[in-house]
Design a protein around this ligand. Structure first.
Ligand code: DAK
Length: 260
């Protein structure tokens, strides 16, 4: 698939998707959101892909937000429509993907950029990363799930402060807040993601996709997370991976999961 604003590579089970508008600090315009959506969907459906890594090109930014120049003239209805479409098309898509997504945050992750990182299952940050939700400084609020996911990750009090002040925090603080899983030197960012991916890939991809479903269920309206867990747990017993995992344990060998 040919893309204008993103780069994709797949190697050793890892699909790396790089947002590639470095001159605009990788700001998310409509085309980029569309392309990311297509790339995530195709990686998620590819059985050879076990982990997706999302990053930004250049050394300065992961994503410096939604493209301000593009949404500056939106009306109330356009804003609402685009927030709903964007949330579904990209941010919810990533969160609910069966394939684990790791955000490799290589610099600024602001507004829609932090919302994108927060929709990923795991965040690894370069020590140079700076993150925040500065929307209220532009007269809007986070519109790609940021008010919800930030509060889920760091708690309501810290989320309130970050959103109301429109301030930025560094990677170390993000780690203390629980927003970053790991903070590493810039040159170790992708290799750290690969190490995490390596650990993930040793396990059953089917079980992991059910685990994602069950964990996410607890954050959905009208869904009982425990019931969802019971359902997903039961489904594991019908998989080839489960047979292989338990057989390998009994035979005292490492499992070779077929991913089915
Ligand atoms: N959009 C468009 N262009 C951007 C951009 C952005 N978000 N961020 C940076 N750029 C562009 C700059 O305009 C500049 O382009 P030229 O002037 O060279 O053409 C280039 O990237 C380099 O940026 P700077 O010259 O500003 O670089 P500095 O090192 O001086 O500053 C910075 C770096 C990250 C502190 C600064 O660029 C900055 O403050 N950027 C804006 C951060 C921000 O406020 N981001 C937006 C957050 S609000 C929506 C749903 C969600 C949202 C919106 C709508 N709908 C559903 C409609 C979400 C909104 C947000 O994300």
């Amino acid at each position: 698939m040919a893309f204008e604003n993103i780069l994709t590579t797949t190697e050793n089970g890892i699909s790396t998707i790089t947002i590639n508008r470095p001159k605009q600090l990788n700001a998310l315009n409509k085309v980029t959101i569309e392309e990311l959506s297509n790339a995530i969907q195709s990686a998620d459906q590819d059985p050879a892909v076990k982990v997706i890594v999302l990053t930004g090109s250049g050394e300065k930014a992961f994503v410096a937000g939604a493209d301000i120049k593009e949404f500056a003239n939106f009306s109330v209805e356009e804003g609402k429509k685009l927030a709903a479409e964007g949330q579904e098309k990209l941010f919810n898509l990533i969160e609910n993907a069966g394939t684990p997504c790791i955000a490799a945050v290589n610099g600024f992750a602001l507004g829609g950029g932090l919302e994108l990182a927060m929709s990923c299952h795991i965040r690894v940050m370069s020590i140079t990363a700076k993150v925040g939700l500065p929307e209220v400084s532009l007269g809007v609020i986070p519109g790609y799930g940021g008010t919800q996911r930030l509060a889920q990750l760091v708690g309501k009090g810290k989320a309130n402060e970050m959103v109301f002040t429109a301030g930025m925090i560094g990677a170390e603080e993000a780690f203390q807040w629980g927003l970053a899983n790991h903070v590493v030197a810039p040159e170790e960012l992708l290799s750290t993601c690969e190490k995490i991916a390596g650990k993930i890939m040793k396990n059953s991809s089917v079980a992991i996709s059910y685990a994602i479903e069950a964990i996410n269920a607890g954050y959905k309206d009208g869904v009982n997370g425990y019931d969802a867990e019971i359902d997903a747990f039961g489904k594991c017993f019908g998989t080839e991976d489960f047979k292989e995992g338990t057989t390998a344990f009994v035979e005292k060998r490492k499992p070779e999961f077929p991913g089915k």
